[in-house]
Design a protein around this ligand. Structure first.
Ligand SMILES: [Zn+2]
Length: 235
């Protein structure tokens, strides 16, 4: 259970329910937005969790549109009237319900991707027309949330990181928390671009980082990995 009961500045961030990716509910003064949505298989569990917590999400922010993050955006929009927010480089993928998956950054995952390519239809999801498409940044105060989104491409072209209260960053698959000590994602479209985005993510000044998969990371873990990567580019 990942739960930040209070950022120290009045916002709670809770993992809504176990799902194919981390789905976070960000709540401030009774108003909630959802970050990422899992796959359609997760839908019943999401519905249950929203009901149990009496949440009606006002918005859905996608950290990117890979099938395991965008699978319930259309449903949350239709069912709850949640406004969907996505970075512009992936709004067309989202509208098509079809987002290309990235290359592996390590030999093992490269093999997995070539297997995956033969079965692409399983990576499709319900198409969704976004309500808000942004370029560099997006202000979340319109939903009552003290935060903003920045464009952090590299894992995918429309990668986005959500910064809450200036202390917690939800970075989607730009970072990964499934293997301790290895926060650099095993899949990325563009490793150099992802490193530039890491700079931006570190420069947010946040202390805690919530990944799209796995457990939270702290700033020093990111800084150490970043320093290593700079010494061995492409490593
Ligand atoms: Zn992804």
């Amino acid at each position: 259970m990942i739960e930040i009961a209070d950022t120290g500045k009045g916002t709670s961030i809770v993992r809504l329910t176990p799902a194919r990716c981390n789905i976070f509910a960000v709540t401030r003064n009774g108003r909630t937005i959802i970050i990422d949505t899992g796959i359609s298989f997760d839908r019943a569990r999401i519905e249950h969790a929203l009901e149990r917590k009496a949440i009606v999400p006002e918005a859905v922010v996608l950290t990117h549109t890979h099938f395991d993050h965008a699978g319930n955006a259309a449903w949350l929009q239709a069912e709850y009237g949640a406004e969907v927010v996505v970075q512009e480089a992936e709004s067309e993928y989202l509208a098509a319900g079809d987002t290309p998956i990235p290359e592996g950054t390590r030999a093992v995952t490269r093999g997995l991707v070539s297997l995956g390519k033969k079965v692409t239809p399983m990576f499709r999801y319900d198409p969704c027309q976004a309500d808000h498409v942004f370029g560099e940044t997006f202000d979340l105060n319109r939903f009552g949330i003290n935060g903003y989104i920045i464009h952090t491409p590299g894992h995918s072209p429309g990668g986005a990181t959500v910064v809450i209260d200036g202390v917690v960053a939800l970075a989607g698959d730009s970072i990964i928390g499934t293997t301790p000590g290895k926060p650099f994602p095993p899949f990325a479209d563009d490793v150099d671009l992802l490193l530039k985005s890491w700079r931006k993510i570190i420069d947010t000044g946040c202390e805690t980082f919530l990944p799209g998969h796995g457990k939270p990371l702290i700033i020093n873990e990111l800084k150490e990995e970043f320093a290593k990567r700079l010494l061995a580019p492409g490593g």
